[in-house]
Design a protein around this ligand. Structure first.
Ligand code: NDP
Length: 408
C-alpha cells in the first residue's frame, strides 16, 4: 500500500495530537507553529529542532512547553542547555539529537529541515510508523524510491506538505491511479519569468531573492528563480505518487492560485486552488484526514484577482527544469546528483563565486561527469543516498572553478 493515502474518509476528532516540528525556526516551521498556536487545546508539542538558532528555538520551546528541543549545531549545545535550565525541557545537540527528536513518540511530525540534512531525521520518524508531513524535498529527491519503500514497510503515512504536491494529493482523491492520465504542477515562473536569457545569466542575488508571490527561505527562493525548484518538485511528484516522468507536466501560472491539477481518463481535470500561503497545505496535513479552521490563510477572492493566466515553461531559458526530467529518466542516484550539484551551485552563487546562469551549467556538467565516470548505481539505503550526495557535492565543487571561469 502507498504510504501516501490517496482517499480520505473523515475520522472521529482526535482528542489531542502530539506533534514534533523538525526545522521549527524556518519558514515552514513558522507557518506550522502559527497553526498550532491557533488551536492550543488540540496539540501537545513533543519536540522542536533547529540548526543553530538558539534564541528562536528557546522562544518556541517555552511558548509551547515542548518536552525536548535539539539543535544540530553541536557547538550551541551549552547555550541551549543554559537557556532552558530550570524549565524541565530536555535538550540535545548535534545531528543525532535532531534524529532523536524525530524518533520520540509524536503522532504527527513536520519534516521541514532544509537540505539533505533532513533525510536521517525524516527516516527516524518514518521508521516508527508516524504520520509525516513532508516539506523537505531532499528526502525524496536524494533517496526517492528507497524512502517511500521504507515508509510503506514501516506503515508510516506520508502527507505531502509542499503546496503543489499537496494540491495533487487533494485532487488525486477524485479518481483511482489507473484512471489518471497525467498530473500538472504549476510554477509561478519566478522573478525572471519574462527576462531575456542574457539578463537571467547576469541576475544578482537581490534580484533572485525577489519572489513575486511566495515568502520562503533563501535557498528555495533562489531555486524558484532558476526553476530548479520546479525540477525538484517534478522529481518529488514522481516518487511520492509513483508517476513516470511523462505523466508529470509543468505549467507556468504567474498568479500561483492553482497549485496542481490531475487529469483523468474521461479528461476531467481536478484542480486545487488557494491563495499562495503555505499555511493552507500545512493545515491540510495537520488536520488530515479532517479539515481544520483555526489559523488558516486568508480566503481566496477570485473576483479581486480577476484573471488566471498560463504559459508553457521555457526550457531554453530555464535549463534546470529539463535537467530534472533527465535525472529522473536516468535514475540510479541521478536525482541525488542533481540535488547535490544544485546545492553547491546555489551556495557558490550566494557567495558571489558564480553567475546566476552558471547554476544550471554546474548541475549539467556534474551530472554528465557522474554518468561518464560510471558512478550510476541503485540506492538501497540512507547511507547510499548520503554517500552519493557527498561524492556528488565533491565532484560539483571540483568542477566549480572551471564553470566559474567559463563565459556562458
Ligand atoms: P528555512 O531555511 O527557512 O528553514 C530551515 C530549517 O531547518 C530551520 O529551522 C533551520 O534551523 C533548520 N536547519 C537548517 N540546516 C539544518 C541542519 N543541517 N540540521 C538540522 N536543521 C537544520 O527553510 P524552509 O522552511 O523554507 O524550507 C524547509 C524545507 O521545506 C526545505 O526542504 C524546502 O525545500 C521545503 N519547502 C519549503 C517551502 C517554503 O515555502 N518555505 C515550500 C515547500 C517546501 P536554523 O533556523 O537554526 O538555521
Amino acid at each position: 500500500m502507498s504510504p501516501v493515502p490517496l482517499r480520505n474518509e473523515k475520522a472521529a476528532e482526535a482528542p489531542v495530537r502530539s506533534v514534533t516540528v523538525l526545522g521549527a525556526t524556518g519558514s515552514i516551521g513558522d507557518s506550522t507553529m502559527d497553526l498550532i498556536r491557533a488551536a492550543p487545546e488540540r496539540y501537545k508539542v513533543e519536540a522542536l529542532t533547529a540548526n543553530g538558532n538558539v534564541e528562536g528555538i528557546v522562544k518556541l520551546a517555552k511558548e509551547f512547553n515542548a518536552r525536548f528541543v535539539a539543535v544540530a549545531d553541536e557547538s550551541k549545545g551549552d547555550e541551549l542547555r543554559a537557556a532552558l535550565a530550570g524549565t524541565g525541557i530536555e535538550t540535545g545537540a548535534g545531528e543525532s539529537a535532531v534524529t532523536e527528536a524525530a524518533a520520540r513518540p509524536a503522532d504527527w511530525v513536520m519534516a521541514a529541515v532544509s537540505g539533505a540534512a533532513g533525510l536521517k531525521p525524516a527516516l527516524a520518524a518514518v521508521d516508527r510508523g508516524a504520520t509525516v508531513a513532508l516539506a523537505n524535498k531532499e528526502c525524496l529527491v536524494c533517496a526517492g524510491d528507497f524512502f517511500m519503500d521504507r515508509a510503506a514497510k514501516a506503515g508510516a503515512t506520508i502527507l505531502p506538505a509542499d503546496s503543489e504536491h499537496n494540491a495533487l494529493f487533494q485532487a488525486l482523491a477524485s479518481g483511482s491511479r489507473d484512471e489518471l492520465t497525467r498530473v500538472i504542477i504549476t510554477a509561478s515562473g519566478g522573478p525572471f519569468r519574462t527576462w531575456k536569457a542574457e539578463d537571467i545569466e547576469q541576475a544578482t542575488l537581490a534580484q533572485a531573492l525577489k519572489h513575486p508571490n511566495w515568502s520562503m527561505g533563501q535557498k528555495i527562493t533562489i531555486d524558484s528563480a532558476s526553476m530548479m525548484n520546479k525540477g525538484l518538485e517534478v522529481i518529488e511528484a514522481s516518487y511520492l505518487f509513483a508517476l513516470a516522468p511523462d505523466e508529470i507536466d509543468v505549467l507556468v501560472h504567474p498568479q500561483s492560485i492553482i497549485h496542481g491539477m490531475v487529469e483523468f481518463t474521461d479528461m476531467s481535470v481536478v484542480a486545487q486552488l488557494g491563495s499562495p500561503d503555505m499555511r493552507t497545505p500545512i493545515a491540510h496535513c495537520l488536520g488530515w484526514p479532517n479539515r481544520i479552521s483555526k489559523g488558516r490563510a486568508a480566503p481566496l477572492d477570485l473576483a479581486k484577482i480577476g484573471s488566471l493566466t498560463f504559459e508553457a515553461p521555457d526550457y531554453a531559458r530555464f535549463p534546470g527544469l529539463k535537467l530534472a526530467y533527465d535525472a529522473l529518466r536516468t535514475g540510479s542516484g541521478a536525482t541525488t546528483v542533481y540535488n547535490a550539484a544544485n546545492e553547491i551551485a546555489v551556495a557558490a552563487f550566494i557567495a558571489g563565486k558564480i553567475r546566476f546562469g552558471a547554476i544550471a551549467r554546474l548541475v549539467e556538467t556534474t551530472m554528465n561527469e557522474w554518468v561518464r565516470a560510471g558512478n550510476l548505481a541503485p540506492l538501497s539505503s540512507a547511507d547510499d543516498a548520503i554517500s552519493v550526495d557527498h561524492k556528488a557535492r565533491k565532484l560539483a565543487a571540483s568542477l566549480l572553478p572551471e564553470i566559474a571561469a567559463k563565459a556562458s
